[in-house]
Ligand binder design. Structure first.
Ligand SMILES: Nc1nc2c(c(=O)[nH]1)N[C@H]1C(S)=C(S)[C@@H](COP(=O)(O)OP(=O)(O)OC[C@H]3O[C@@H](n4cnc5c(=O)[nH]c(N)nc54)[C@H](O)[C@@H]3O)O[C@H]1N2
Ligand SMILES: Nc1nc2c(c(=O)[nH]1)N[C@H]1C(S)=C(S)[C@@H](COP(=O)(O)OP(=O)(O)OC[C@H]3O[C@@H](n4cnc5c(=O)[nH]c(N)nc54)[C@H](O)[C@@H]3O)O[C@H]1N2
Ligand code: SF4
Ligand SMILES: [Mo]
Length: 710
């Protein structure tokens, strides 16, 4: 334990990092008195997060000491899903897992075992890849994890390469700021003050979103387009910019490839056509294109929802072309902000260990979990054992009814590691207790700023909880795996987390992080950061690929980050190398009449904190926002319970009637736990498993439903 300040009566402050899958990655200070954590607060010295934590985390101590924590291994005693368990020892639990995995392998082969995991914690040690070496070595089915930004990553890297691109702190220098499908004041809270500062300095802030949410209310212009039609808007912007001669000719000539073909392609996408798709008047589209092209510096911040429909990949392809056309990359404060995580030289290979995977092992995408478990996917061998950690598929996965039906299978052996008895854990045969961030070591990258953060444990693990790293050390030992990666300590892993010799890490060491807690990557300051002022894109051509060579040659792909272990399986399919429009799959004409979107809640972090009393008080129960015209037509008034349904399922929600949402659109936030819901279902009951066009991204915004009063 490293103390930064000492007080009498043994009070110390420990430097920590918020573990959540959130762009902000806040630096935290934990006050510990006599071995007990009493408060967490933000580190006021941190230049990006500046001392504030959010409503999801500022009572993290309540989570750590919650009486609902799972603190011992538990074995099921009642029917699946009943939530009846008895305490067992770690030895019994590990023996049972090893026995069941061995018998699955003997009877059906190792692919009958499937891991399910995502980003319950984002730490490099305990997060995305912590189980990968184990399951690769086991030969288990490879679970593809494309929950978040996978399509955007494919499209972005196809166009610009894996570049950090834009420093979020540079936004203070921007004069035109387009926040595209992101509710920043809820989901990227600590970036907002930088945008507000730019606004004070005269920048115009534009929000493109079907909902006039908290962020849109602070904007200078809100553009309420129909979900899933963003691609039409971006293509029509290019039509105007090219048609009206608003391009930066020199930048285009020097630093892009495929301009002539792009110009020909977008000539068909005029604003009148886009107005029909998006519901945004053609004159507004022209104004947006002209203002964007003629105000320097201009930046675009895309949220994850731009990828969540049939054409999500092509949408991001089109948006990624815009900054090059207008020469935005020339300026500090100009360009495109996707995931600055590309700036971090994370040593992914040391955590994934793809070489341990058996070549040819089958891949199942986690969106197909329900179908995989119920047999509908026709897997041979079928899944006979499942291990879930860092994820809560009953809440976050589409086709919730099928996930529940699959988990209820008596012949399925399910292990869940978590802090709480989530809806998923309630179906488990064995539940394993996981430590929280205050009880474990970790080190963090960020996908919302350029700072590395070290997390030092503040207190001893509670009960018999263990970090995910230790869980997989114990499992590997039980299975007799002897590779060096299975015996590394957490300190060894921290030493391997980054390529410390990369120039971005110059001046940063584990020792220095123990002192400071966090450090900015060794990159030019936010007042100087313009990495593409003179091109230098990490693409095959070194230029912005308006015509993408990766699309033309390799077709569709999933960036390695989202696929554990082996990277030999790609979704395949030839992709048109020029941006084009792919309309939403589900529209009012194709079935149900309301287009449902399910963005993040304000008070939960995905499903995390979804069962904590304070956060539930702030968030309320599963709701749905409807436009007054849509509510009136159905005789629905504000505050009534309604049934929301389509062919896939249904859930009950509390109606909120408001003109903050575009007509024809309904919004039900994700994250609510089925066990607390009126009919034990929440919004993912109605969402499809279908992929978007690139990167096997989800289509959470490409869903139609009907709503009726109860
Ligand atoms: N409070 C809170 N913060 C979070 C999280 C959380 O659960 N709660 N989760 C974290 C995670 S994992 C992520 S990925 C980020 C995501 O944060 P964001 O990038 O903000 O993503 P979402 O909240 O999914 O959706 C953002 C906005 O997109 C809009 N939207 C939906 N469909 C479309 C569409 O087709 N087009 C357009 N233009 N807009 C659309 C929604 O109305 C919503 O306002 O937030 C992180 N931060
Ligand atoms: N409809 C709809 N669905 C969505 C989305 C949406 O916008 N709409 N967003 C999608 C997105 S962007 C994302 S990122 C995913 C998120 O999906 P997940 O990553 O699955 O979501 P979380 O709820 O953050 O975390 C899952 C679980 O991990 C547990 N956990 C946390 N830390 C640890 C740990 O150290 N060890 C162990 N063993 N467990 C831990 C938490 O308690 C929690 O139960 O959801 C996706 N699903
Ligand atoms: S969830 Fe995000 S905003 Fe909240 S404390 Fe964690 S990193 Fe900061
Ligand atoms: Mo996410």
């Amino acid at each position: 334990m490293t103390a930064t300040e000492s007080h009498p009566e043994s009070t110390v402050t420990v430097r920590a990092a918020c573990p959540h899958d959130c762009p902000d990655t806040c630096a935290m200070l934990v006050t510990v008195t006599d071995g007990q954590a009493t408060t967490v607060r933000g580190d006021p010295e941190h230049p990006f997060t500046r001392g504030g934590l959010c409503v999801k985390v500022n009572n993290y101590v309540d989570k750590v000491y919650s009486s609902d924590r799972v603190l011992y291994p538990l074995r099921r005693t009642g029917p699946k899903g009943s939530g009846h368990f008895e305490q067992v020892s770690w030895d019994e639990a590990l023996d049972e897992i090893a026995d069941r995995f061995r018998s699955s392998i003997a009877e059906h082969g190792p692919e009958s075992i499937m891991p399910v995991s995502y980003l319950g914690t984002e730490g490099i040690l305990n997060g995305l890849n912590v189980g990968d070496p184990f399951f690769n070595k086991l030969g288990a089915t490879i679970a593809e994890r494309t929950y978040c930004d996978s399509g955007a990553c494919t499209a972005y890297t196809m166009t610009l390469g894996a570049t950090a691109g834009f420093d979020p702190e540079s936004v203070v220098h921007s004069r035109y700021i387009v926040i595209w499908a992101c509710n920043m004041v809820s989901t990227n809270l600590h970036m907002w003050p930088f945008v507000a500062e730019a606004q004070r300095r005269g920048a115009k802030v534009v929000v493109i979103d079907p909902v006039r949410h908290g962020t849109a209310k602070h904007a200078d212009w809100h553009i309420p387009l129909r979900p899933g039609t963003d691609g039409a808007l971006a293509l029509a912007m290019m039509h105007v910019i090219i048609g009206e001669g608003l391009t930066d000719e020199e930048y285009v000539r020097e630093h892009t490839v495929g301009y002539d073909e792009l110009a020909e392609r977008v000539s068909q996408y005029n604003p009148e056509w886009a107005a029909e798709q998006t519901g945004i008047p053609a004159d507004d589209i022209r104004t947006l294109a002209r203002e964007y092209a003629t105000t320097d510096p201009a930046m675009i911040r895309i949220g994850v929802a731009v990828e969540r429909h049939a054409g999500g990949g092509q949408t991001v392809r089109s948006i990624a072309c815009l900054p090059a056309l207008v020469g935005a990359w020339r300026h500090v404060g100009g360009g495109l902000l996707q995931l600055p995580l590309w700036a971090f030289p994370v040593n992914w290979g040391a955590f994934m260990h793809p070489e341990l995977a058996t070549p040819g092992t089958r891949v199942v995408n986690q969106f197909h979990l329900g179908r995989a478990l119920t047999g509908e996917l026709g897997l041979d061998p079928p899944i006979s054992a499942l291990m879930v950690y860092n994820s809560n598929p009953m809440v976050v996965c589409p086709e919730q009814d099928k996930v529940a039906a699959g988990l209820a299978r008596e012949d399925l052996f399910t292990v869940v590691s978590d802090h709480f008895l989530t809806d998923t854990a309630r179906y488990a045969d064995l539940v394993l207790p996981a430590t929280t961030q205050l009880e474990q070591h970790d080190i963090m990258f960020s996908w919302g700023h350029f700072y590395v953060t070290l997390n030092t444990p503040a207190v001893e693990p509670l009960g018999e909880a263990i970090p995910n790293t230790e869980l997989f050390r114990r499992l590997a030992a039980r299975m007799g795996f002897t590779e060096e990666c299975f015996t590394r300590t957490d300190e060894d892993m921290i030493a391997e987390a980054f390529d410390w010799s990369d120039p971005a890490m110059a001046g940063i060491t584990v020792e220095s992080l123990r002192e400071t807690g966090w450090a900015r990557l060794n990159l030019p300051s936010a007042d100087e950061y313009a990495p593409h002022a003179e091109g230098n894109f990490p693409t095959p051509s070194g230029k912005v690929e308006l015509r993408s060579s990766a699309a033309a040659e390799g077709g569709n792909f999933v960036v390695p980050l989202f696929r554990q272990g082996s990277n030999e399986h790609q979704p395949g399919g030839v992709v048109d190398p020029l941006p084009h429009y792919v309309p939403p799959r589900e529209t009012a004409d194709t079935g149900y009449r309301l287009n449902l979107i399910s963005p993040k809640s304000h008070a939960f972090l995905n499903s995390s904190a979804g069962d904590q009393s304070k956060q539930r008080r702030v968030e309320g129960e599963q709701g749905i926002t409807l436009h007054p015209a849509d509510a009136d037509e159905r005789g629905i008034t504000d505050g009534q319970y309604v049934r929301v349904f389509n062919d896939r399922g249904q859930f009950v929600a509390l109606a909120r009637v408001s003109d903050e949402i575009a007509p024809g659109v309904a919004m039900a936030p994700m994250g609510h736990w089925p066990k607390n819901a009126k009919d034990q279902s929440t919004v993912n009951a109605v969402n499809p498993f279908a992929f978007a066009d690139l990167g096997n991204a989800p289509t959470f915004s490409d869903t139609t439903v009907e709503v009726e009063r109860m």
